[in-house]
Design a protein around this ligand. Structure first.
Ligand code: FDA
Length: 528
């Protein structure tokens, strides 16, 4: 009887019967009615345009402001469930009233697909699913999808100094999307990806069934660990294996610009970084900076590293393996693992509570692309690449070259859907950002030219890409209707290589009607 609390319901029913209208003619109203019938006080977790909180709820986790303009398509409603049954009801009502469902955890999707769609849609926002339960005795944790990596890192560090988790650098990324696509960060060379450490999950499928590892079966459990979000179901929580970290780690930064031999050192780095001991992760961040000559710009390669040990061990190691870097003691700082996360996030390392601040990072408009480099680039190649940062549109451009090798080399390509493993020298993440909307064209064009330039150096037979930095330039599913395997393969093989076929098989099994879909979700083989 509690459902009849929805006061306008009887009124609506009279109108419907008098006018002879059917449900399909009022999908918006009927969707809300459906929710109200299934969820007690559904209005407290449902935000539509009429609700004054709608804009703030929608914008709360949009990291890429490119998708929060007045012309960006907006969801009919945002539902912020508090219970599993709310998620089941939202799936049921979206399905029955013709709304596409977009799932959002941390809102960091670089193409905005967790909160933008070209067809009528609603957003299921997991902002209230944020529990982090750390079990230090068994070295595991259950983390809900709406938590951020920062909340997870903080949850671990507040219980122990000797365990950590190998996930992404930025602390505001949502666990839901991040683990769904892989998750590479500063512990990647030592331990692999976040998704390599998932040991169980709780998911709701398109039929509203609640599944765990045992009930979902190993094929589906394989697929959700990197095969992409918004494809197989709503993952509510993940059980993860934690990894040992020393109580003291060392971080360093050495900046070199074009006038300081940056190109030569960069060229040398690619031959060394993937072969270094697993305890040492290095990355090179390339960006435009002010030159020492007033009014001039130069390009800086910022060599950064995390060593799972102390300075005294690190310095001789680098001096032996990579003397060209000229690493000195003053470039290095010892700290805890959790502080090193903040260091790489370019944030102050104290207080670590900043990890709990979901809006600590500036939000800009951005476009990203990725590459995997398997063959060393020529020095001229690096020079050309660096020089492109002197062009227009690059004021807020950055490329992060992240060394692979180590554990990444040891994990089989088909262990989980993320296939970019053995033989990769480094992953290259290109990001261009802008503040003024009128710069969008200039910046995106520059990014496309940079990507074009890198085609001579990127993985050759198949140009691999990282699903967690979606790039819709690679191809998209049809907005309405069936997308063939061949069509989706254009982007699918780049992200998943031979694992794409298995992902399509799993999708066909779990969601044959393609209820969970977005521009680059895995399509089922046959769609009605
Ligand atoms: P969001 O909520 O936008 O979801 C992303 C995708 O997953 C969407 O398709 C969404 O529908 C789906 N999804 C979300 N929650 C789901 C759930 N519970 N169940 C099923 N599907 C779900 N990557 C990396 O590997 N290392 C890094 O260091 C970084 N750093 C980084 C920094 C910044 C500033 C950005 C913007 C991005 C990164 N990334 C990254 C990429 C990041 O891992 C990727 O964008 C993740 O998908 C973000 O997850 P969110 O939950 O925040 O995104």
């Amino acid at each position: 009887m509690k459902f009849l609390q929805f006061s306008v319901l009887p009124f609506l029913m009279v109108i419907l019967s008098v006018s002879g209208a059917n449900l399909a003619r009022h999908p918006h109203r009927d969707f809300l009615r459906c929710l109200s019938l299934r969820i007690e006080n559904s209005s407290t977790i449902t935000y539509t345009h009429n609700n004054p909180s709608y804009p703030s709820v929608l914008n709360a986790s949009i990291q890429n402001t490119r998708f929060s303009t007045p012309t960006t398509p907006k969801p009919y409603a945002i539902i912020t469930p508090r219970k599993t049954s709310h998620v089941q009801s939202t799936i049921f009502c979206s399905k029955n009233h013709g709304f596409q469902l977009r799932i959002r955890s941390g809102g960091h999707d670089v193409e905005g697909v967790s909160y933008v769609s070209q067809v009528p849609f609603v957003v299921l926002d997991l902002v209230n699913f944020r529990d982090v339960k750390v079990d230090t005795k068994n070295e595991v944790a259950w983390v809900q999808s709406g938590a951020t990596t920062g909340e997870l890192y903080y949850g671990i560090a507040s219980k122990t100094q000797t365990l950590g988790f190998p996930a992404g650098i930025c602390h505001t990324i949502g666990i839901g999307g991040h683990l769904s696509g892989g998750g590479f960060g500063i512990l990647g060379r030592k331990y692999g990806l976040a998704a390599d450490h998932i040991i169980d999950a709780k998911m709701v499928d398109a039929n509203g069934r609640v599944l765990h590892r045992k009930s979902m079966g190993e094929d589906l459990f394989w697929a959700i660990r990197g095969g992409g979000g918004n494809t197989f179901g709503v993952v509510l929580a993940w059980k993860i294996r934690l990894v040992p970290v020393p109580t003291v780690v060392t971080v360093f930064t050495v900046n070199k610009n074009l006038e300081q031999n940056a190109t030569k050192i960069f060229h040398r780095w690619q031959h060394i970084a993937h072969k270094l001991p697993k305890d040492l992760f290095t990355t090179v961040w390339v960006m435009k900076v002010n030159s020492s000559q007033v009014g001039k710009k130069t390009v800086q390669a910022s060599f950064k590293g995390l060593f799972l040990g102390r300075i005294d061990e690190l310095i001789p190691l680098i001096q032996y393996a990579f003397p060209e870097l000229g690493l000195a003691r003053e470039n290095c700082t010892q700290m805890s693992w959790v502080q090193s996360v903040l260091y790489f996030g370019a944030l102050p390392i104290e207080p670590v509570e900043i990890l709990l601040n979901r809006s600590a990072l500036p939000r800009l408009s951005l476009k990203a692309k990725t590459d995997y480099i398997r063959e060393p680039m020529s020095e001229a190649g690096f020079e050309g690449f660096m020089n492109m940062f002197l062009e227009e549109g690059t004021d807020f451009a950055i490329t992060m070259m992240e060394a692979f090798g180590g554990k990444m080399d040891e994990i089989r390509e088909n262990e989980i859907p993320f296939p970019h493993r053995s033989g990769i020298l480094f992953e290259s993440v290109y990001i261009v950002q802008w503040i003024n909307e009128e710069d969008a064209g200039l910046c995106i064009n520059w990014m496309r030219r940079l990507y074009n330039y890198m085609s001579s150096y990127a993985s050759k037979s198949l140009r691999e890409a990282y699903y967690n930095y979606k790039d819709l330039d690679l191809g998209i599913n049809n907005v309405n209707g069936y997308t063939s395997y061949e069509q989706a393969s254009v982007w699918g093989l780049k992200y998943f290589k031979n694992n794409f076929k298995r992902l399509v098989r799993v999708k066909t099994m779990i969601d044959p009607t393609n209820f969970f879909s977005n521009e680059q979700s895995i399509p089922p083989l046959l769609s009605p």
